[in-house]
Design a binder for this molecule. Structure first.
Ligand code: UD1
Length: 427
């Protein structure tokens, strides 16, 4: 298992370019299941979750061609020859919950899908009941046995669906299914994340008739058939937010480029409160991290609110702000696993249920810490960049799930960071 070794204290100077959004690429790849024709996706990030999805689709008989050289971020997917009983196995679903995104497309296209139940995971229970309810509303029959969900339908039928709770992949899953259903669907209380709108853009290029994606009501006119398309994935707003915070924390002068600043309204508003100086252009944010940071409370919310996927990174910043910041996690239970590691580095944080009380400013010192999930690991990298001495972060496979070449990108702007493989035990 790889580790990161980071020596803190160097301000980040220069330009970091943002990769394609993992959370937009995953549903886009699943959308290729809706057609026999090839779907060409550009700006696909080279991260482990994408490789997991490639394996998932390939196991169902899809041809997934990855680009090489200058085309390395292009993926062509052709699902003409799908297996008769496609399945998302427990092995794959347990490493990546987003595997459940194949449920809707499969049942819509071939009338059958079998997907392992996700089970508990590090950041809470994360059920998929809303995906199931949505498919049932479209006429699918769902059964459950041996830890798997099976969905069957001859042809899905459009319907009115109101989500009990806002779910990002649930909205995407049902939107894909409804695109091939017979008749019209109206989905309400939908997730408004940019990744949902990006998926609708792709589906419409494939011939779907979807309106309103990116708002809480989505209207879909079902079509008989979808075709191939070429689509460029939007920039990763969570990666961009992570690097913006890195610039603010390290007191550097960092240009985060190739991003969409309109997707960062909640973060930039919060950074203004914290006293971070930044300059926004059409596709970049320059962070000038000099001057003191002030504590500011933050609550995670569905988009356009402050993203839960940036909560852990924000907390690393809050440890370096003067005063007390209250951080409330509204989306997931149990998403404070980074706290105990930050405390080991010298942070003063107390967790009370869904609230964390961060008292700053605390000097951080390098320590051996353990990454527990994707975004928690990012917060440890950020803390390590300002800690005194050396931090060793173990289990960085979590960070490799969603950040493309993070150590190369950070080294390129001056961070002292390297990756080491597991040391072999001495004989
Ligand atoms: C997506 C993102 C993830 C992000 C999350 C919230 C992808 C691939 N992942 O995850 O990075 O952290 O949105 O912004 O896009 N819920 C249910 N029943 C369901 C589905 C969800 O109760 O059927 C609950 C979840 O437990 C959670 C909340 O709804 O408390 C939101 O989850 P959801 O939006 O579905 O997260 P994901 O789509 O899995």
């Amino acid at each position: 298992m790889d580790k990161f070794v980071i020596r803190g204290g160097t301000p980040l100077l220069g330009t970091i370019k943002i990769s394609g959004a993992k959370n937009a690429a995953l549903p886009a790849m699943a959308a290729a299941l809706l057609t026999e024709e090839p779907v060409i996706l550009e700006n696909i990030p080279q991260v482990r979750d994408i490789e997991t999805e490639r394996r998932l689709l390939a196991a169902m008989g899809a041809e997934v061609e990855l680009g090489y050289g200058r085309a390395q971020h292009r993926t062509t997917i052709c699902t003409r020859n799908l297996s008769a009983n496609p399945e998302a196995s427990y092995e794959l679903v347990k490493t990546m919950r987003a595997s459940s995104l194949v449920l809707g497309p499969l049942v819509a296209r071939i009338g059958f899908a079998r997907v392992s139940m996700p089970g508990g995971c590090a950041i809470g229970a994360r059920p998929i009941d809303l995906h199931i309810k949505g498919l049932e509303r479209l006429g699918a029959t769902i059964t459950q046995d041996h830890g798997y969900i099976e969905a069957r339908a001859t042809r899905l039928k459009g319907n009115h669906i109101v989500f009990d709770k806002i779910t990002v992949t649930g909205t995407e899953d049902i939107m894909m299914a409804a695109a091939l259903a017979e008749g019209d669907s109206v989905m309400e209380n939908c997730a408004r994340e940019p990744e949902v709108a990006d998926l609708a853009d792709l589906l419409n290029k494939m011939g779907a008739k979807i309106e309103g994606a990116g708002t809480s009501t989505i209207r879909i006119r079902g079509v008989e058939k979808l075709g191939g398309a070429r689509h460029r994935i939007i920039p990763d707003r969570i990666e961009a937010a992570t690097f913006i915070i890195a610039g603010a924390l390290t007191g550097g002068d960092l240009l985060v480029s190739g991003m969409e600043p309109l997707h960062q309204t909640a973060l930039l508003g919060k950074l203004e409160e914290v006293g971070v100086k930044f300059h926004v252009t059409e596709d970049s944010v320059r962070v000038m991290g000099d001057g003191p940071l002030k504590a500011a409370d933050m609550t995670t919310e569905e988009y356009p609110g402050f993203p839960t996927d940036v909560q852990a990174q924000y907390m690393a910043l809050a440890t370096q702000a003067e005063g007390t910041s209250i951080v409330v996690e509204n989306i997931f239970e149990n998403r404070f696993m980074h706290v105990q590691e930050l405390v080991r580095m010298g942070a003063n944080i107390k967790v009370e249920g869904r609230r964390a009380v961060v008292r700053g400013k605390s000097p951080l010192s390098g320590a051996a810490v353990l990454a527990s999930d994707l975004r928690a690991s990012a917060s440890l990298v950020l803390a390590a960049l300002v800690a005194d001495g050396e931090t060793i972060i173990d289990r960085v496979y979590h960070i490799d799930r969603g950040y493309e070449h993070i150590e190369e990108k950070l080294r390129g702007v001056g961070a002292q960071m390297r990756r080491i493989g597991e040391l072999l035990p001495k004989k």
